[in-house]
Design a protein around this ligand. Sequence first.
Ligand SMILES: C[S@@+](CC[C@H](N)C(=O)[O-])C[C@H]1O[C@@H](n2cnc3c(N)ncnc32)[C@H](O)[C@@H]1O
Length: 308
Amino acid sequence: MPSRVRQRIRPGFERVLDRLVRFSNRPWIRHVPETARGFRFAGTLRSDAKPSGTAAEKTRLEAYFDAHTTGRGLWKWRHYFPIYERFFSGFVGQPVRFMEIGVYSGGSVQMWRDYFGPQSEIIGVDIEPACRAYEENGIQILIGDQGDPKFWSNILPHVGPLDIVLDDGGHRPDQQITTLEAVLPHIRPGGIYVCEDIHGIDNEFTQYLAGLVPHLNTVNQLPNKEAVTLDAIPVQRAHAVRSTDFQRTISGIHWYPFVAVIERSACPTEALVSPMHGTEWLDGGKFWSSAGLNPDWWTSSTDGRPPE
Ligand SMILES: C[S@@+](CC[C@H](N)C(=O)[O-])C[C@H]1O[C@@H](n2cnc3c(N)ncnc32)[C@H](O)[C@@H]1O
């Protein structure tokens, strides 16, 4: 190739190469081998669990579901009930604002009202106008397409902050993503977002959620060794990191078969602290350097909190 031509295409080629390198250096690309390894490991697990022969105690919701043999249609996977109970039971009897996307035949919105009690407000969302028929005391029905961001920007300022949002609507990943991004900022601190019916090993919504998870683990170091005051408590760099906006917004992401749960932080803290209590240490504090961590970062000092 003549050198003139080479010189002309070289800058473009280098720009492309540079972009490729920078792109492949992103955490979610760099760690594809670990993801692949986890994927393969999951396939090797074998269960030797035997059915116990005795039925597990039913949750209140499951008992409701089993007793509901006539009337408005109610359709749930049975293994969802303990998950609901784990995350929703703290809201029972409270003035909870609960939104379910996907009303279908009206049985589930009735179940939620019965479960949370007379102070609750249940908001059902469905694309099917006939679902309006399921409106009654304590149950409001809104008609719209969950996959349309405009629908959300129209209704969310009016439905107010929500305590719980349950997505059981169209089940398409693009709808689930649009819904999550629209509603999450409208969920109160301490509230819960649940998406159900995430089906399939190559589900795109699962991959989307997997993109959120690493942000829980950001280590946002304090800028210097000086003590700073976070959450009105003096902390030292050695044992504290400043929480990120994401960590202050989201306190946990949970996966179950076909279901994901996101918890909004109940009381966001400015710092994540890791105090060492006690005076006797096996290795004189060398553990962190032998583990390959920055010893400067972890040694000495306390966070100013008195031992419990
Ligand atoms: C699985 S059913 C809901 C079942 C109900 N939650 C229950 O537990 O019995 C799904 C519902 O989502 C509604 N739906 C489908 N696509 C939607 C969309 N794009 N926006 C809002 N609702 C949608 C359907 O009309 C249907 O009523």
